[in-house]
Design a protein. Sequence first.
Length: 212
Amino acid sequence: MLLGLTLSACSSIQPAPPKSGPQAVRDRLAAAGDAPYSAELRAITQSGPRRLQLMEGRVNLNAPFTGHTTDTTEQYTEDVVITQQKVYRRATGTHGPWQEFPASAAKGGVPTDRLPQYVRLMLGHNASVHQDSEPMRVSARLTPKDVESVDRTVGGNLRPAITIDADAWIDNEGRVVRVHQKIHFASGPDIEATITFTDFKNAVPVNAPAPS
């Protein structure tokens, strides 16, 4: 009789249902490690079928955004070194002096060094969570002012826009592996930006290039 009661009690205990919606995304972000890491970056900016910029390279994340990339536009191809203090640019294949810019010059329209905060911002603006995909996708409509609350410089870069349709993909380790933004303007065509992160490894050292 006791055995029967025990088995009956055990059978009535059901596993907790998996969390869904925004809480599932928050749990993934919370479970991610705090250690800086590096990833291969591929960022494409385009207007309709016309590609405006391609950026490729290895960058450090979960930390101040630093790294080595190559930027290609219709006008030029440049090697870029991004340190915490400055951005250095030089035409690919040349050996002349590097041009120096403030570190903020590396910031575009996505807060790459604050990606978890960016996703939490999306969750706070009626985000849709698509759990039928893996990595898990989050979608929300933002404004430049919204983005300013995460990164003032990036929000300022987006100021000409009226709204931004943003999507972010979060893998099962809590890393943001892709961001897509469709940026809408009061006049003029939309601009789309897609950043993808792959090949995750330990953080890499990034130093200012030696003087030419």
